[in-house]
Design a protein around this ligand. Structure first.
Ligand SMILES: C[S@@+](CC[C@H](N)C(=O)[O-])C[C@H]1O[C@@H](n2cnc3c(N)ncnc32)[C@H](O)[C@@H]1O
Length: 446
């Protein structure tokens, strides 16, 4: 079922249709095309090389670019498949961008986006970044054709006016009610969230931990609404988002889940960050440690450390004479990191923003750095500070290739070059991709 074009104000091109040749992929889960007026169209649900009928979803007559959905495929790419999910398509669930592409093609598209961002924002070719141009699937995600990896261990459901749980439509507050999300991990699906009446709730987040049986749901009531009696198909602790302060408080059960990675158990409190794909934390620790090759006695930083995933991995490898300083802004995540790393005497976790805390530490020299910033990246000031600390190697873990490329340009100005880059498809069916760049100082005189 396709959404009918809505009535729109004068000047708006919403609902206008153009037959277009689809050009290259662009960052954000769409491809680039042009209409006869020379306007750029960012077209979702299309693939490079296709001829499609594109219906405008956002933009006006004088806009430089328009957003559009491919509503009819006139010449299909060989990479196209019928979307396995019944809720995917123009105007439908906004959770996945590449349901209509073969898994190998999804990874190629992500690789093309990384290459384009590196070139445009950091002036780097794949060879200069030490990257072979491939995006690797996460372990266990190589499935027979047509099967979809069920990887999402954390799903935020929105609730419609009738109390049905669903997922938000693309760039919209509207809810697409669903009976089952194909990419939800079994531990989430087994809770049966979609079967229940969530009247009075704004959203319901479901979490299923990796390596333990822990599950949690976080309910966000509408203003003034009372919590429903929560009876799920599997045991789960229940938390609620408080209206007055946005804080997350325990209703019943544990206020955290236990996640296993790198041979350790991590307590992750509600609202705290943890990678969503069940293989992600192990995959990233392995890539970071293979790139950094920590030595006994190293002094290391773990910036944006969350609940201490990389700080713990570093502490394990640098021994009693080494030391790790983690910095994290989330209060609850810091409490969890301190709990998770209590066995390591020489690990310290500071709470606050990296840009404020790092200069205040008085640290002038370190051997290794891991940084894993949020989507906005670390920014020029923090990168400049890091390049002054003389680290032998720096591992940059990035969930946004644009922010990564911007920061790599600052590292280049500061005398660091990318030694290797690896990319992992930790978010199949979506446009998201995770990168690990290993940087080294450019040798003096080079
Ligand atoms: C991508 S997560 C990485 C967490 C951790 N490295 C992991 O893999 O589990 C980014 C973390 O940075 C924190 N954060 C966001 N902005 C920050 C800032 N300016 N300074 C310090 N921490 C920040 C977030 O709370 C989040 O825990």
């Amino acid at each position: 079922m396709q959404a009918e074009p809505k009535k729109t104000p004068a000047g708006s091109l919403v609902g206008q249709e153009y037959e277009v040749e689809v050009g290259p992929v662009a960052h954000g889960g769409h491809c680039v095309a042009r209409n006869d007026a020379g306007q750029v169209l960012f077209v979702r649900h299309a693939l490079p090389g296709e001829r499609v009928l594109a219906r405008v979803t956002d933009g006006e007559e004088d806009s430089r670019f328009l957003r559009a959905d491919a509503v009819e495929i006139r010449e299909a790419s060989k990479d196209r498949v019928d979307a396995p999910c019944p809720y995917a398509g123009p105007g439908r669930c906004g959770g996945c961008d590449w349901q209509h592409a073969k898994p190998g093609a999804q990874r190629r598209l992500k690789g093309e986006v990384i290459a384009e961002q590196l070139q445009r924002l950091a002036g780097l070719t794949p060879e200069e970044a030490g990257w072979d141009g491939t995006v690797m699937p996460a372990e266990g995600d190589k499935l027979p054709p047509g099967e979809v990896p069920a990887w999402r261990t954390r799903v935020q459901y929105a609730v419609d006016e009738d109390g049905n749980a669903g997922l938000r439509r693309h760039r919209s507050h509207e809810v697409e009610p669903i009976e089952h999300c194909m990419i939800a991990a079994p531990g989430v699906s087994e809770l049966g969230i979609e079967k229940h009446d969530w009247s009075g709730m704004e959203s319901v987040e479901a979490i299923a931990a990796t390596g333990s049986q822990d599950r949690m749901v976080i309910l966000e009531p509408k203003p003034g609404a009372r919590l429903p009696l929560v009876e799920l198909d599997k045991p789960a602790s229940v938390m609620r988002v408080e209206e007055h302060d946005g804080g997350i408080h325990r209703v019943h059960g544990r206020a955290f889940v236990r996640e296993r990675a790198d041979g350790r158990t991590h307590r992750v409190g509600s609202g705290g960050f943890w990678q969503v794909h069940p293989q992600a934390a192990d995959t990233l620790v392995k890539a970071v440690m293979q790139g950094l090759l920590p030595r006994k006695g190293d002094m290391a930083l773990d910036l944006y450390c969350g609940v201490g995933l990389f700080a713990g991995a570093l502490a394990d490898r640098i021994g009693d004479k080494g030391a790790v300083l983690g910095i994290e802004s989330g209060k609850r995540a810091v409490e969890d990191a301190r709990h998770n790393l209590a066995a390591f005497d020489r690990v310290r976790i500071e709470q606050g923003k990296v840009e404020a805390i790092l200069p205040r530490t008085g640290i002038t020299e370190v051997n290794l750095v891991v940084l894993d910033p949020p989507r906005a990246g670390a920014g020029k000031k923090t990168v400049q500070h890091l390049t002054s600390l003389g680290a032998r190697k720096i591992a940059y873990v990035a969930c946004d290739p644009a922010a990564l490329a911007r920061d790599l340009a600052y590292f280049k100005e500061g005398g660091y070059r990318v030694r290797t880059l690896r990319a992992f498809d930790l978010f199949p069916m979506t446009h998201h991709v995770e990168c690990v760049a290993i940087l080294e100082p450019v040798a003096k005189g080079a």
